[in-house]
Design a protein around this ligand. Sequence first.
Ligand SMILES: [Zn+2]
Length: 359
Amino acid sequence: MNFIKRSLLGLIVFAILQSQAFAHSYARYVSTPISPPKEFDGWQLISIGILLAGSFLCYWQVIRRRWWVSIILSILATSAFYYVFFMYGRYISRMSTDPPTGLGEPCSTFWGFGWEHEGSSFIKWNILGFIFFTISILLISRIFRRRKSSNESESGNSDSKKPLKIIATMLICLLAYTIGLVPFIKHEALVHGWCGGYVSNGCSDNLTTIYIALYNYAHEHDDRLPEAEDFHQLLEKIEPYIDKERIRFDYFPIGVCTIGGAYERNPKYYIWNKSFNGMSLDELRTLDPDEIFRNDLDTPIECPYQERSGIRALYGLFEYIEEQEKEDTNDNGLIDALAIEDVFYQVRAIVHPRQRLFL
Ligand SMILES: [Zn+2]
């Protein structure tokens, strides 16, 4: 008894903690006929209707139950499928702090995660859904078995047709299930979900990496920031100074916001503020991030999706500069882009507590 009580308590605590701690990164839920993205919310009713019709057809025409029994069984089978499959998928998508793709409530579509990123999850989960659906129908039919009439048991007719009946049931299930996927495949709305805390930090991490690259570029170019017409041109110039190993989420190019990249099919790139073209490092050092933050002044690079990412990263850059000046170990005044690993982590550690002020 004691063991059962303890296990139950453990299970409850785990369930509560689990729902609190999951998804530091992206919470990704696959689009299925029973768990569509927010934009396709209305489709859920239609696809459940199709699943009901499919299971009714299986019971009525294939398994040969009376029409009213078929209606009851199809409601039972579809509901059982809905709850078991959804709860299983929901459990998977919450099983750790960085959970794998699973199922969940309707959220905005991750248009940025197409076939290339989430195609295999979409296919795997929907094959699983089709199997869950077929098994539900066959199990419910077995649980509520019809009493055989004396004629049937003598001839053995129904037993010899069993494999055929199972194949026919599977085909009907496959058809009904696949119709439920048509809008998601057509619009490539494969996964939906939301962005956890680290994703939002991922954007300012990107920008900090870019700022540090700008700073290191300047060191090798007369202490001046590069001149560029737009962000793409800037990226070309500072690319050699970007430490790509430091990019936390590399689903998207470094010039793309970790949030914007997930929600948009064609995400906007960061914006380079041309008033910083050719600015000297001395001038850059005179900037006061607190004043920029208070008065909402321009930062060298802005994120088109998160207003505050640019300023967060600027704090990071200033911590980096401070760190460099304090250590002052470099003979020629150059900063080796690859030797910044430790400092970058310090910067991240410093930036993040400050970010909380702006969240
Ligand atoms: Zn951003």
